[in-house]
Design a protein around this ligand. Sequence first.
Ligand code: 5GP
Ligand code: MN
Length: 330
Amino acid sequence: MSNFDEIIKVLQENNNFLITSHINLDGDGIGSELALYFILKKLNKKAIILNQDRLPKIYDFLPDSGKVHYLEDNSVNPKKIDVVIALDCSNIKRIGKTYEIFKDIKTIINIDHHKSNENYGSINYVDYSTSSVGEIIYELIKSIDIDLLDEKISTCLFTAIMTDTGSFRYSNISSKTFGVASHLTRNGIKPHLIANNIYNRNTYPGLKLLGEALLTLEINESSCVSWLIITRKMLNNTNANNEDIEGIIDIATTLNNVEISILFRETKNNKIKVSFRSKGNFDVNKFAGKFKGGGHPNAAGCLCSGKLEEIKESILSELFDDIKYLGYEN
Ligand code: 5GP
Ligand code: MN
């Protein structure tokens, strides 16, 4: 899929845009939002970025990161929006409470790379062969006018691609991904500084939380599944916050022979957020779907109601049945 004509027409014919992304904002969502914001400004359009959640601190180095608003800012007047652009959101629920602000707006452009995307927009551009929405926005810019691509936009798009590919380690990358990254690096960006900002600014409470979480690490008999727990008590003890949880599951995935890892954590609304990662062919998006969640084949999640221990037992038991059936346990 490479036809952006319909989207470009809407961008040209309207003036006031609201750009949004998913709850639990990530680098792909934020980088893509800012890149699109800069493009719209260059096209002399008015654009606002509004998400349910606050910008995670690790992304505050991005150019104009102060333009990434969150709901409690109260800085958006919905009467002045012609078009909503939702980035990296597979369904309306993923947009969160921000949806309430624009639910009466007729034109919603849904740009995403999740296989499970529900085509909820009036225009849907979903390409799950791409690493990230950042890669799609790059192609969109190429279709508008590649000369619009400057250092600021390149920094945002590189951040989107780097974070959604686990620094170019996941199976969602293609030679095209490297081609895009290579082009972006020709625009004066500094990939090592971007990486330092995102990955080398751990907080002391964050590392203490990692220590506590690792104490809960378990593996199954055949060592192909690992799992961890983060409770409210652990967050309180260490003084860590939600942003500090980012990346902890990935450490459980680094275990030799582990194919699938899971993080169970208590949210402040008494729910259990479950994150899944896989290194090989096991499709965690499909598996998370059994619990009304979703995501990508190698990274997915779901939100459950109930007691942590019970949810953990039921998800693990379902997973053990699946891997037995698929022949992971030899
Ligand atoms: P994380 O585990 O880092 O929160 O999420 C990993 C990926 O899974 C995200 O990029 C997102 O695509 C997806 N994801 C996480 N939680 C949910 C959920 O509750 N529902 C759906 N549909 N996708 C989720
Ligand atoms: Mn993404």
